[in-house]
Design a protein. Sequence first.
Length: 395
Amino acid sequence: MKSVDAHLADILATVRTLAPLELELERALGTTLAEEVSSPVPLPPFDNSAMDGYAVRAADVSGVPVTLPVVDDVAAGSDELRAVGPGHAVRIMTGAPVPPGADAVVPVEWTDGGTAQVTINRPVQLGNAIRRAGEDVQAGEIVLKPGTVIGPAQLGIIAGVGRRRVWVRPRPRIVVLSTGAELVEPGAALRPGQIWDSNSFTLTAAVRDSGGEGFRAPTVGDDPAVFLDQLDAQLVRADAIITSGGVSMGAYEPVKEALSPLGTVRFEKVAMQPGMPQGFGVVGDDQIPIFALPGNPVSSYVSFMLFVRPALRKMRGLPAGPPETVTAYVLATLRSPAGRRSYLRAVLADDGTVTPVHGQGSHQLAALASANALIVVPEDTTEVPSGTSVQVIRL
Ligand code: AMP
Ligand code: MG
């Protein structure tokens, strides 16, 4: 049997980082920056008021209370500024440019709020409530480096330096294709022998959760020809394909039957539990990676976490490797088959303890849904006594 690490290494050696493209900001969330972003101007571009109040000369309000004539009103966006002369005040709003002559802003709360004249009750320090030009970013300064994942704040600074479009590595487009003659669309009635398709929902959501764009293709039955047709139809819009089901040792394994003859997809036994049968390779003229995951719901999800998620990181241009683990203390005795790495569904608590959930079968999706972690039991370990420290993958 092939080791989990060797299987992941093969996958990461095959999958390629997506080429950069220029996107409108509206489409850039969750993508990876592929250029250096710098600011053409200082930010803020001009000295401006941090508060609503009065622009004054600080020396004029050293003795309080003092009453000054209000000679002008400046709102944010004003471009006609009258200078503040000695003994004068100008009413000013947050974000408005500080008029020449003024060297401090008195918050409105320290005054009577007058409009023709204002009585100021507290002295003010030089520079008070003035946001200086370039205080956030100097002209020409780099604000974001390539390889940064664009979240809301990163999108904000890209817009904030005046950019409309940005070079990024896009979110990988991943098509999820479930197979199984027994599968019925959720919402439809079950006939004897049928189950509702859950994997395509889990996997599409897992793709989105991992920074990709997940597309759920129409589910197909167990006919390899129908599977190939659907695969062909989906290839045009995919950076990678995930299939579920039809890869194990039985009869009616459409994915294996359809893809094995191509010679570009390998079906192997990987030394893990759950999820031993795994297929991986490339398909189509563009050599699109395909992950042929086992059909059992827990197996397909664990396989996604171990193999597809790191591959998605590589496609996005991010450092990619096995899932991160944390150390925890297990509160039950664990058993694991010799020669296979186990991933036991568990609840990791804030106090650093971890407890396996009831129901470790690879079909037990409800148990998976109650878990927030996987306990990793190494290949050569068959029993882990309660109280031992273990490695845990957060879900
Ligand atoms: P297979 O890998 O096709 O042999 O399927 C293994 C098990 O997983 C069988 O019990 C299937 O009914 C179940 N299964 C396969 N695909 C799905 C799916 N999309 N949703 C839920 N269960 C599935
Ligand atoms: Mg099947």
